[in-house]
Design a protein around this ligand. Structure first.
Ligand code: ADP
Ligand code: MG
Length: 622
């Protein structure tokens, strides 16, 4: 799976764009501020917005923490883990649907709809509600600054339909998706791993309900997904369930089996278990307290970390099995992994950290908050996309061709559009006039055939070419685009070694829309452009022929018959006249006529050169 980043920059400091981690369990947004990505959080509160929606009987749906609190009392009207259903059909997710308290149907297009209070909602609509909440919280945290530009992350294994569903959700929420990027790529970006020249990275993401492990390779700031593995039913919830089962068994024994089937009890146990689990991440033992006033239940127990580790060891081992699969698919072994990144709230569990460090034989990255790292990376990408810069740009193809204006205003394309970067290409040029000691180069970007229709990127001059006849100088021009997207154009004259160089940031100032317009124009004008280019080329050719002929007119008069000389003079005059007009056919005809008329002169000059070379040598030496 190649990861293609097309970077088109627009330098507008006033622009803002959010990075959004639309998670199965939690969602949040981050933005680039003061030279680094920052998570947007309501004052004094956690940035995490539970990806939970509660539908009250009357009134608007509630999203986030408050919705999650309703889950205990009203599980039938509270939606969790909607990300699992994005872009999926009923049969894809039959297993998960079975455990849900609401009914699901399928649309004609085979997409899932959940029924709540007799109303049907697609996962896209539900995710849109979460995105609107995230956007709302983010804009408030930005002090009222508004932007609808977003980069949204998805798991690396998401297929096209799932990615499209994510885009659609954003559209429904009124957001403009600059790009959908992979969660592991985002996490790597947050750690600045794109700034490595080369390396293999493992992103270990243990979230609330899912586990994803991704092996990425980085080369010249381009990320490639080498393999993904994981378990769509392994996450923090399973750790909670292990603790919950302790409580269930005990409560059933003490209060009878009926109570443990109560949905309110189940929710309360789950939340209490999560609380205990989180406490055990920092403390060696913790209180496990289930309180359901409606059932007059008040149960508690102490749990030690060692007890918790023993209960959940098999879960950790399942994650390690997936790591083994991912490595084997990528044909790598743990020793060849340069960086390990921990992502997801559950990667905080001390036993998980210890096991990952042991397995890969290195300390994983945990410097950034594992629940925020994906959003932070999305913010880095968002910042780059709206024209910000950091040391390294994540980019690997050129959006438009790059070339040089040639004589007559045509464009010689040197690097084609969509070339992967870094890349370079060299082309040879020569002088047009005798004793020409400098050449002006005009660098242009675009798909059109004439330089005037392309975007001018810059000009530079190569000087110091020794005086010599036209066409003798050998100048090679090299275009090089490095991984940062910086174009360097260098010219070198072969005989003297004279050089000139210029550095250009080719993508600055162009938006996606502008690139699109430029491409569309080049298609629209294809025939017109082709003709215009042909005119330019023919004029140049005629110019060169006129120049050469005039230079040798004396030789022609001395060595050719009168008729040939007259024919040549007529053809040259006709070609000069045609060059003033812009008719392709007329130009082509005049050029061909002219060429024909120069044949005797060419033959004469060849003979002269040959006889000059032979002069002073005896026949025997030839
Ligand atoms: P997702 O990517 O699925 O949306 P997150 O990365 O937000 O999920 O992780 C959520 C999970 O992390 C929950 O199961 C939560 O209980 C767990 N979690 C959060 N903090 C901790 C902690 N300190 N120790 C252990 N687990 C934690
Ligand atoms: Mg996540």
């Amino acid at each position: 799976m190649a990861y293609i980043e097309l970077n088109v920059l627009n330098n507008s400091a006033s622009q803002l764009a959010l990075g959004i981690d639309l998670g199965t369990t939690n969602s949040l947004a981050a933005v680039w501020r003061d030279g680094r990505p920052t998570v947007l959080r309501p004052e004094g509160k956690s940035a995490l917005i539970p990806s939970v929606i509660h539908f009250p009987r009357d009134g608007a749906p509630i999203v986030g923490r408050e919705a999650r609190d309703h889950a205990v009392v009203d599980p039938k009207h509270t939606v969790f883990s909607i990300k699992r259903f994005m872009g999926r059909g009923l049969k894809d997710v039959a297993q998960e649907l079975a455990s849900l308290p609401y009914s699901a149907t399928e649309t004609e297009r085979g997409l899932i709809q959940l029924e709540i209070h007799g109303k049907k909602y697609t996962p896209e609509e539900l995710s849109a509600l979460i995105l609107m909440k995230v956007h709302d919280v983010a804009c408030k945290a930005l002090g009222g600054l508004e932007t609808t530009n977003v980069v949204i992350t998805v798991p690396a294994y998401f297929d096209d339909t799932q990615r499209q569903a994510t885009r659609d959700a954003a559209r429904l929420a009124g957001l403009d998706v600059l790009r959908i990027i992979n969660e592991p790529t985002a996490a790597s970006l947050a750690y600045g791993l794109d700034q490595r020249d080369k390396g293999n990275v493992v992103v270990f993401d243990l979230g609330g309900g899912t586990f994803d492990v991704t092996v990425l390779s980085i080369e010249d700031s381009v990320f490639r997904v080498l393999s993904t593995a994981g378990d769509t039913h392994l996450g923090g919830d399973d750790f909670d369930q292990k603790l919950a089962s302790l409580a269930r068994a005990d409560v059933a024994a003490k209060h009878g089996p009926g109570i443990v089937d109560d949905p309110g009890f189940q929710q309360a146990v789950r939340m209490a278990a999560e609380h205990t689990k989180i406490a055990l991440t920092t403390d060696p033992d913790a209180d496990f307290h289930v309180h359901v006033p409606e059932l007059r239940l008040n149960w508690r127990r102490r749990v030690t970390r060692a007890e918790f580790d023993a209960l959940t060891r098999d879960l950790v081992e399942r994650a390690m099995d997936a790591c083994r699969r991912a490595l084997s698919d990528a044909k790598l072994d743990p020793k060849t992994i340069d960086e390990v990144v921990l992502v997801g709230g559950s990667s905080r569990i001390p036993a998980v950290r210890a096991r990952v460090a042991e397995f890969f034989g290195k300390t994983p990255h945990t410097e950034l908050n594992p629940e925020e790292v994906v959003a932070l990376g999305a913010a880095v990408q968002a910042h780059i996309l709206i024209g910000g810069k950091r040391d390294m740009l994540l980019m690997d193809v050129t959006p438009l061709s790059l070339g040089l204006e040639t004589m007559g205003g045509a464009v010689s394309k040197i690097i084609q559009r969509n070339s992967t970067i870094p890349c370079e290409a060299t082309e040879g040029f020569t002088t047009y006039a005798d004793n020409q000691t400098g050449i002006d180069f005009h660098i242009v970007q675009g798909e059109r055939e004439l330089a005037v229709d392309c975007r001018s990127l810059g000009r530079f001059k190569l000087t110091g070419i020794p005086p010599m006849p036209a066409g003798m100088a050998r100048v090679s021009v090299k275009f090089h685009i490095n991984a940062d997207g910086v174009l360097t154009v260098g010219a070198r004259e072969q005989s003297t070694g004279a050089t000139a160089r210029v550095e250009i940031q080719p993508m600055h100032g162009l938006t996606d829309a502008e690139v699109e317009t430029m491409l569309l124009k080049s298609y629209e004008h294809a025939q017109e452009d082709f003709d215009a280019r042909r005119v330019a080329d023919l004029r140049t050719e005629i110019g060169i022929m006129v120049h050469a002929t005039e230079k040798n007119m004396n030789a022609a008069r001395a060595g050719l018959d009168k008729e040939s000389v007259l024919d040549l003079e007529d053809a040259m005059a006709a070609a000069k006249a045609a060059a003033k007009a812009a008719d392709v056919k007329q130009l082509q005809k005049a050029r061909d006529e002219f060429e024909r008329a120069t044949m005797p002169l060419a033959a004469l000059l060849m003979n002269n050169v040959a006889s000059k070379a032979l002069r002073g040598k005896s026949l025997g030496e030839v």
